[in-house]
Write a protein that binds this ligand. Structure first.
Ligand code: SF4
Length: 304
């Protein structure tokens, strides 16, 4: 299943820019990472994909299409599934594991739990979760953090999607559990020929999981290209900053991304950028490099 986003622009009703213009393509079975810090627009992008834009956010331009068909309305698109950021919040504390697993097959296929649960047993085993009745009767607080996240993954896979949106799925996990989860998703991706969009603030993690990366800052796409290139020769200063942060290197930059209404005209990274110059004040266009694209008037040296 292919995903195509064209010229997507999101704003507040008062005209304050939130995201875009954004173009994004994901071919069937491909792995794309969308990387940025809090406030970069990642979460809005996920919500736009599922028709769940919050009140006070409107789509003023652009389109999102799955397999060439535009997404319309709040109906969850078939074939597309979401793995949430915080399984502690996503799972209902009153429901058992079995009730969670039976939920989406019933909603999307009208498949009863007595049929869905036996069908999903091999999936539970594949996700290294117990398949016995005692486990299906447990509630979320009786699971480890890793088990909760794998239950969310099992729910997302319960209706055999072609495309997964992984929304910071490892945010609540430690490094070891993060790597185990990443490896499991990569195995499933190969076995099921899944495409995925992995949303994260961790450039290193995205680089290890994805073929291509798109970096967002302040609601703008600032760099895109093969993961191997962005991890070795980032052209945009913000990508270089993210890379240093994901490797635990100290940063001289104590700045934070401002609220949307406080962002400067032109490049939103200007207040934090040591290379800022007068050409960064008007809107900065995409520039195609030999390997990927970036939006910067004074890029870091690259492979050209
Ligand atoms: S050099 Fe200019 S365009 Fe490039 S990141 Fe810095 S402020 Fe933005």
């Amino acid at each position: 299943m292919s995903l195509a986003i064209r010229n997507l622009v999101l704003e507040r009703p008062d005209g304050v820019h939130l995201l875009g213009p954004l173009d994004l393509d994901l071919a069937p079975g491909n792995r794309l990472g969308v990387v940025g810090e809090s406030g970069s627009g990642k979460t809005l992008l996920v919500r736009a994909l599922f028709g769940l834009l919050p009140a006070g956010v409107r789509q003023v331009r652009g389109s999102v299409a799955l397999q060439g068909r535009p997404l319309a309305g709040p109906e969850p698109p078939p074939g597309l599934a979401w793995v949430p950021q915080d399984p502690g919040q996503a799972l209902n504390p009153l429901l058992t594991v079995g009730q969670h697993l039976a939920l989406l097959p019933w909603v999307f296929r009208k498949e009863a739990a007595r049929q869905a649960l036996p069908r999903l047993r091999p999936l539970l085993a594949r996700l290294r979760l117990p398949e016995d009745r005692a486990f299906l009767r447990r509630r979320p607080h009786q699971l480890s953090g890793g088990q909760r996240q794998r239950v969310c993954l099992a729910m997302a896979l319960s209706c055999d999607p072609a495309l997964l949106v992984l929304d910071e799925p490892t945010a609540a996990l430690d490094r070891g559990a993060t790597e185990a989860f990443r490896d499991l998703v990569l195995e499933l991706q190969r076995e099921r020929r899944l495409g995925f969009l992995w949303i994260t603030h961790d450039l290193d993690l995205a680089g290890a999981a994805c073929e291509r990366l798109l970096v967002l800052y302040g609601g703008q796409a600032v760099e895109a290209g093969p993961a191997s290139r962005l991890l070795t020769a980032p052209r945009h200063p913000y990508t270089a900053r993210l890379l240093a942060a994901s490797r635990g290197e100290p940063s001289s930059d104590g700045g934070i991304l401002g609220a949307p209404e406080d962002r400067p005209p032109g490049c939103p990274f200007r207040p934090r950028c040591g290379r800022a110059n007068p050409a960064c004040i008007p809107p900065v266009s995409w520039r195609a490099g030999p390997v990927g694209e970036f939006r910067c008037t004074d890029p870091l040296p690259g492979p050209d």
